[in-house]
Design a protein around this ligand. Structure first.
Ligand code: BG6
Length: 298
């Protein structure tokens, strides 16, 4: 299917020669790679870039891009079943998605819709470990807000169960002076402490003082307060039971080949997810949508 692009959308060869779609209107600029349906840029007019991408990120088939918004699907982390571990976070972020629609709205926002089926993903390593028929549809709306809506439909004949996350890397001036509001009182699994069975209760705002890797039970809005950068990034969501907060800190940053050793103060991940016990089960023909909406304020 050949899609007619509005004037505000350009199809180009991006980093590593990978196909990329670039959006530029009076309201916003943005970028999404077909590889992984990976949003790598969103910058409302007059703002600094909101998404963070590592200067060591790898843009190549078989690699997940470090930064932007990787899509974790159909499992999160190492997954809940033995045998799903490699690659971590599932195969969707390594798969070739297809553009199925591009629309510029009145007012200058642009929606790009990408799709991935089990057939599209068949050649991606580990896709065979999850032998289920599905269609994933990802609507990305670049505007003064960024709206990401991931819909998964069970197109097979048996029930399916999956985890998912929009693993958003947000640019901050300094993680050490950044807090996350909206999670006070929520319980979380502390993966940085080994992910033991006991849930911990959040008291007050989240601060970053060490490696932070937490899966919160939370359906509410989170706000990243970037004190040094003088801005707030609000994340509203629907269809999501978990918020994951991650910063690798010093040692883990140094251990990742696609992440600069000194980059950890410049980002925090706040992820909209359904993971672990909140995995989604769909009967044949059913679908589920998870939506995240980001807005920057002073
Ligand atoms: C987070 C996980 O969502 O993603 C962390 O909770 C993980 O445990 C991080 O380290 C990065 O994952 P990856 O596979 O992109 O290096």
């Amino acid at each position: 299917m050949s899609i007619v692009l509005p004037d505000s959308v350009t199809a180009a060869e991006g980093e590593g020669g990978l196909p990329v779609l670039r959006v530029a209107t009076a309201l916003v600029t943005g970028e999404v790679y077909l590889h992984g349906a990976h949003v790598t840029a969103w910058t409302p007019a007059g703002a600094e870039p909101v998404l963070w991408v590592s200067s060591s990120a790898r843009f190549a088939a078989g690699e997940a891009i470090r930064g932007g918004v990787p899509i974790c699907f159909p499992w999160f982390g190492t997954g809940r079943e033995p045998g799903l571990a490699p690659p971590p976070h599932g195969f969707a972020r390594l798969a070739p998605w297809r553009l199925v629609a591009a629309e510029e709205h009145d007012g200058g926002a642009v929606t790009l819709t990408l799709e991935l089926t089990d057939a599209d993903a068949a050649d991606v390593p580990a896709a065979q470990d999850w032998p289920h028929a599905f269609t994933a549809t990802y609507a990305v709306t670049f505007g003064r807000e960024l709206t990401l809506a991931l819909t998964v439909e069970n197109t097979g004949e048996g029930e399916i169960s999956f985890e998912e996350a929009l693993h958003t890397y947000l640019a901050v001036a300094d993680a050490r002076t950044t807090t996350v509001q909206g999670l006070d009182g929520a319980t979380y699994l502390d993966k940085a402490a080994g992910g033991g069975p006991e849930l911990v209760t959040q008291r007050g705002d989240v601060t970053f003082t060490a490696e932070t890797d937490r899966v919160y039970d939370s359906t509410g809005t989170a706000v990243v307060v970037d004190e040094s950068g003088g801005r707030r990034i609000g994340i509203e969501k629907e269809g999501s039971a978990n918020t994951v907060v991650w910063n690798p800190w010093v040692d883990k940053a140094a251990a990742m080949p696609d992440y600069g050793d000194d980059e950890w103060p410049s980002m925090v991940c706040v992820e909209t997810a359904n993971a672990l016990d909140a995995a989604i089960a769909l009967a044949p023909g059913e679908r589920h949508t998870m939506t995240a909406r980001y807005a920057v304020t002073r």
